[in-house]
Design a protein around this ligand. Structure first.
Ligand SMILES: [Fe+2]
Length: 346
C-alpha cells in the first residue's frame, strides 16, 4: 500500500494506493493542491480511481468535483451528502475497492450528518469525527453533539484500539495517532457520559471558519470559488507591469488604450492620465460603442487587479485578442506615486 498524507494549512488529504494494481483513492482533496496530488500520484506510478470527501467541508474548498472532471473518475460521499455532483453514494458497512485494498465505510454523523470514517486494516481515516487531541465541532450546519457522542463511543472507539488515526485536520502537525492514545489522552473524549459530552460541545464557543459561506456554497452545489474564477481568468489573459504602463503613459503612446473599469466616482477622484472610463458592470453592454476596433491593444485596470483580470478575460472572450490586465491596480499605482489625474475627462 502507498499512503501519502498531504497537508494544506491544517487540512489533511490522503492518497491511498494499491501497489499491485496501481489504483489509488484520493481522500479530502483541497482545491489549491490539485497539481500536488497529481504529481504525487504520478511519482508513485498510481492512477487516481476514486475521489472521496469524508463529509461536507465548511472550512475549505473541496477539489473532488474539479478532479472528477479532469480525471473522469467518480466522486464518492456518504448517502446523506447534499452535493449534486456526487457520483457514488455510499452507506455504513459498505466498501470501496481500490485495487486490492478495501476501504470500509463507517457512518459517523455528528460533525456533519454526512460524516464518515474510512477503515483500513491498520488505520482509520477519521475525517473530522476524531482529530488528534480533539474532535470535529458540532455547531455548524447539520452538526449534532449527541450524534457525535454516539459515533465516537459506540462506533469508532469500539474498533481495534491499535488502529492508527489519520484525521482530516491536524493543526499542530502531529501527523497521526492511535485510537488507544486518543481515548486515553484526548481532552474531548474524557467526558464519556452523553449529557456531559453534549454540554461540553455546546460550550466551546468557537469562532466561525473564515470562508464558511463560500465553502458551503461551493462544496454543496459544485459551484466555483472566487479564487477559481480569478485563476481561470488569469490563465486567459496576459498582464502588464505598472512600471511598463507608466513608461507608456508618459510617452503618450496612442496605440495603447487604457481602460478604467471602476465606477465613475472612483474614476473622478483619480485615474491614470488618458484612461477611458467603462465600468465593469457595463462592459458587455457598451463595448460595441466604446471599443469598435477589436484589434486595438487595450489595457484594463481597477483598484486591486482582480476585477480588471475578469474584465480582460471577458474582453478576450469577446474577441479583443489584445486585451491585457494591469499587474496591480489603482491603489498600488497611487502608492507608488505614479501620475494621476482628477475629474471625468481622460
Ligand atoms: Fe469539517
Amino acid at each position: 500500500m502507498i499512503f501519502e498524507q498531504i497537508a494544506s494549512g491544517g487540512c489533511q488529504s490522503y492518497l491511498v494506493g494499491c501497489d499491485e494494481t496501481c489504483a489509488a483513492a484520493l481522500i479530502d482533496p483541497e482545491i489549491s493542491q490539485i497539481d500536488r496530488y497529481l504529481a504525487l500520484a504520478a511519482k508513485h506510478g498510481m492512477r487516481i480511481r476514486f475521489l472521496v470527501d469524508t463529509h461536507t467541508h465548511a472550512d475549505h474548498f473541496s477539489a473532488t468535483q474539479e478532479l472528477a472532471r479532469r480525471l473522469e473518475v467518480p466522486v464518492i460521499m456518504h448517502r446523506q451528502s447534499p452535493a449534486p455532483f456526487v457520483d457514488m453514494r455510499v452507506d455504513d458497512g459498505e466498501m470501496m475497492l481500490v485495487g486490492d485494498l478495501r476501504l470500509r465505510v463507517l457512518h459517523t454523523p455528528g460533525h456533519t450528518r454526512d460524516s464518515m470514517c474510512l477503515v483500513l486494516p491498520d488505520r482509520v481515516l477519521t475525517g473530522d469525527t476524531l482529530l488528534i487531541g480533539g474532535t470535529g465541532r458540532t455547531d455548524l450546519p447539520t452538526g449534532d453533539a449527541a450524534a457525535l457522542h454516539d459515533s465516537l463511543f459506540n462506533r469508532l472507539l469500539k474498533l481495534d484500539s491499535k488502529l492508527l488515526v489519520y484525521p482530516a485536520h491536524d493543526y499542530k502537525k502531529q501527523g497521526h495517532s492511535t485510537l488507544e492514545r486518543e481515548l486515553a489522552g484526548n481532552p474531548r473524549l474524557q467526558k464519556r457520559e452523553r449529557a456531559a459530552f453534549v454540554e461540553m460541545m455546546g460550550s466551546l464557543n468557537l469562532s466561525m471558519p473564515t470562508h464558511l459561506t463560500e465553502a458551503l456554497r461551493t462544496n454543496m452545489s459544485g459551484g466555483k470559488t472566487i479564487a477559481q474564477l480569478l485563476s481561470e481568468a488569469a490563465a486567459k489573459v496576459s498582464f502588464m507591469s505598472m512600471e511598463e504602463l507608466k513608461g507608456r503613459v508618459e510617452a503618450h503612446e496612442s496605440s495603447l488604450l487604457v481602460l478604467d473599469v471602476r465606477e465613475r466616482d472612483a474614476y473622478a477622484e483619480a485615474h491614470i492620465p488618458g484612461a477611458k472610463l467603462l465600468p465593469r458592470g457595463q462592459l458587455e453592454l457598451r463595448v460595441n460603442q466604446e471599443l469598435p476596433d477589436p484589434t486595438r491593444r487595450v489595457l484594463v485596470y481597477c483598484d486591486f487587479g482582480k476585477v480588471s483580470t475578469l474584465a480582460a478575460a471577458t474582453l478576450r472572450e469577446m474577441g479583443y485578442t489584445r486585451a491585457v490586465a494591469l499587474d496591480g491596480g489603482m491603489v498600488a499605482w497611487s502608492e507608488a506615486g505614479y501620475p494621476m489625474k482628477e475629474g471625468t475627462e481622460p
